[in-house]
Structures are given as C-alpha cells and as structure tokens.
Design a protein around this ligand. Sequence first.
Ligand SMILES: *Cc1c(COP(=O)(O)O)cnc(C)c1O
Length: 218
Amino acid sequence: MSDAATRLDIVREQIVRAAKAARRKAGDVTLVAVTKQRGANEIEPLIAAGVTDFGENRVQEAAEKWPALRNAHPNVRLHMVGRLQSNKADEAIALFDVIHSLDRRSLLDALVKAGDKAGHYPDVFVQVNIGTEEQKGGVAIEDLPGFLGQVRASPLPLAGLMAMPPLEKQPGPYFALLAELARRHDVTGLSMGMSSDYPTAVMLGATIIRVGSALFED
Ligand SMILES: *Cc1c(COP(=O)(O)O)cnc(C)c1O
C-alpha cells in the first residue's frame, strides 16, 4: 500500500509526461482532487502535499465536510463536479468556487439569482453531453451555441466546457471532439479526464482534470 503523497506524485508525473508528449506545459493543467466519500483525514494529506483544488459531486456531502476544512485552509478552491439541482443553487454558491455541471437554462437562472443575492458568482463550465447519452447530463451538442450565448449574456464567468465520455468507449475521440467544440466557440477551459483516462485528456488539451480514485487507492 502506498500513501497519499506517493499516489499524488505518480499522478503529477503522468501529467508531466502526457503534457510533454503533446508539447504542452504541465503547469497549464490544474489537478482537481475529487474527494467524494473521502473523509477529512484522507483530504488533509493532499492539502499538505500542495493540492489546492478539490471536487465534490453532492452539495449535502460538501456542506458537511468542507466548511471546517476551508476554515483551516483558506487557499483551497472547491469545485462542484456532479449534477446540480436548481433548488440547491444558494447552497452551492455558498460552498463552491467553480461549477463544472452547468447544462440547462433553469440552472443558469437559479445560479444567477443565487449569485445576485450572495454578491458573488462562481466560475462555470458548461457540461456537454458529448456521447449523446440519454441518461447523462449535459447540453446536446446542437444546443451548445445557443446555450453558450445565454451564459455569456449572464454575470457568471464562463470558464470552459466539461464532458464525460461514454463509459465503455475509447475516450480519445470524445476528448478531441470537446476540444474542437471549445475552439469553434472560442472557449479556453477544458474540464476532462478522470482516473482512468486523464493522461489521454491532457494530451488532447485538458486544462483541468478531475481525479478521484487514483489519488486514494492503489
Ligand atoms: C467521481 C468523479 C470523478 C473522479 O472519478 P475517478 O474515476 O474516481 O477519478 C470525476 N468527475 C466526476 C463528475 C465525478 O463524479
């Protein structure tokens, strides 16, 4: 069994290697450590090792775990990577700096309203249903131009596009498609890549990868 610092070193090394292969700078890739179902005792060693960005996929769980951790570590940035219900917008804005799962008008409106009230807005990634899967969240590719227009007309800072490729498929073509959509629509950030495929995502232009299990399990 290795410890958190060792697993983090391995992930960082893979990021460097993949970036180099693609002639990119590893420093242009932000690692978000996804800590769903992980306790503070598992999170603290990553903070001590220099991780600044963390991701959760449930508002309720984040609300239980993170206020105390953030008090102790004010530099941490918290990312919402899971599906977000509009009725949790106020709570989400109080907790998260970045939301990766903006995928519909009703949620956009709820976040704007909550942000108006709170006096600050989270950065947002627009999630794209890149594999056209019925059960998955994300804007349909054909609806992306219109939705990006709505986000750009809102006070929410547009950070980029996010996607999760279909589970049983090779992820490369889907990452490449998301990168192409970002280019076409003049969006700079690309939130793509998880434990099983982040080196491929980095090679294809990811600027932010969301890695969970590779940091916590051998
Ligand atoms: C859990 C999760 C991740 C991290 O997945 P791992 O396979 O554990 O790296 C990334 N993105 C989202 C949206 C998740 O829910």
